[in-house]
Design a protein around this ligand. Structure first.
Ligand code: UT7
Length: 356
């Protein structure tokens, strides 16, 4: 049975920055509150769609793996904010890359989506059915921001991260994973009327609703407990873990989860200050930044953990292979835009105005 190793990685964050000071002008909040309650200083707002962010992240990941688009057998885009319901974001990426041999599908497990997609790809490869799978986490949650709701509109941002998973004889890959869900809690974090439900004659702009404190409590328990279960299932102890890459929803959730696991803070990767919560994209963006920063060494044991709408949660232990540097680079970039974040958000601001 082959192992499935990450051989390429990349990310794409759009250029427009929405700062906490910008948010003070459109909703009743303050830099002090956002920084102290969430750890977020700024987030990115996209002038393009999820398939565009995904394609650029994927081009970097393919170059890092030293592969071309026609080497791919499958593309999975983990997202809950695709360009369209049909066609899927993944098929759009397939066309934009020219990945003519690849199947393509979207996977929606909200903020946990990347780990769900990574483990799906891992199993496809380990079963021998596929050899090279592109896994992307990408979101444009800014589309759903409601500035009359200060409890959610300050949290989210846009971006994409991608990895290439390849069949390999080399040691490494996913040592254990766990995927969980509690559909009875769906209303605690949701975007009503974002699908087919509701009376089309009374359609309102769908926006993100969340019972923040309850989501917070459940996120810490689920991420902490599933992370410790997968570490045990991998036959490791928490001392064997070199880097914890948690979903980036709130720095207080990350700190509380790390305390629950009794993990040294130096082993926890945190970049939420720069991007906010990009849902399925937080972990692959963090992974590519961790590699660039030299935080992942050959043979390193990583733990990934996430929690999100559904509720869904997931955790995985991944042992890195030998190569921690890219084979090549790609010039891929988004079309240029000089629009500011507030200009891009003008439709949201016009619909909801400055709330309290
Ligand atoms: O990706 C997975 C899903 N998402 C998450 O994991 C997020 C989970 N939840 C959270 O991160 C936190 O619950 C929030 C950041 C959403 C809220 O933080 P909190 O410490 O739980 O605050 P709270 O909701 O208990 O509200 C405390 C106070 C309230 O005021 P009063 O009632 O005490 O006067 C809120 O109205 O903070 C107020 N508040 C704000 N004030 C300024 C809530 N949002 C804001 C805001 N600016 N943006």
């Amino acid at each position: 049975m082959p192992n499935a190793l990450i051989t390429g990685w990349g990310r794409c964050v759009p250029p427009a920055v929405l700062s906490n000071a910008d948010l003070e002008t459109v909703t009743d909040t303050s830099d002090d509150w956002i920084t102290s309650r969430t750890g977020i200083k700024e987030r990115r707002i996209s002038h393009v769609e999820v398939s565009d962010l995904s394609t650029v992240a994927a081009s970097h990941a393919l170059a890092a793996a030293g592969l071309g688009p026609t080497d791919l057998d499958l593309i999975i885009v983990a997202t809950c904010s695709p360009d369209r319901a049909i066609p899927s974001a993944a098929t759009m990426v397939q066309a934009k890359l020219g990945a003519t041999r690849a199947g393509a599908m979207d996977l929606n497990a909200a903020c946990s989506g990347f780990i769900f997609a990574l483990s799906t790809a891992d199993q496809m490869i380990r079963s021998g059915s596929m050899r090279r799978v592109l896994v992307i986490g990408a979101e444009k949650l800014s589309y759903w921001l409601d500035f009359s709701n200060r409890a959610t509109s300050v949290l989210f941002g846009d971006g994409a991260g991608a990895v290439v998973l390849e069949a390999a004889e080399e040691e490494g890959g996913l040592l254990a994973f766990e995927l969980g869900a509690d559909g009875t809690a769906g209303d605690l974090l949701c975007v009503p009327a974002s699908g087919t439900e509701g009376n089309p004659l009374r359609r309102e702009l769908p926006t993100i609703l969340m019972e923040g404190a309850e989501v917070f409590r459940r996120a810490v328990t689920a991420m902490g407990d599933s992370a410790s279960r997968v570490v045990a299932r991998a036959g490791l102890s928490l001392d064997d873990i070199d880097l914890f890459i948690p979903h980036q929803a709130n720095v207080r959730i990350i700190d509380a989860t790390a305390r629950r696991l009794d993990l040294d803070p130096a082993k926890v990767f945190v970049n939420i200050a720069s991007y906010g919560n990009t849902s399925a994209a937080t972990i692959p963006i963090a992974l590519s930044e961790a590699l660039e920063a030299g935080r992942i060494t050959p043979g390193a044991n990583l733990v990934l953990a996430a929690f999100g709408g559904g509720f869904t949660w997931a955790a995985a232990v991944y042992r890195w292979g030998r190569r921690v540097t890219p084979v090549g680079t790609s010039p891929a970039a988004l079309p240029p835009s000089s629009a500011t974040a507030l200009e891009l958000l003008a439709p949201n601001i016009a619909v909801h105005g400055k709330g309290v």
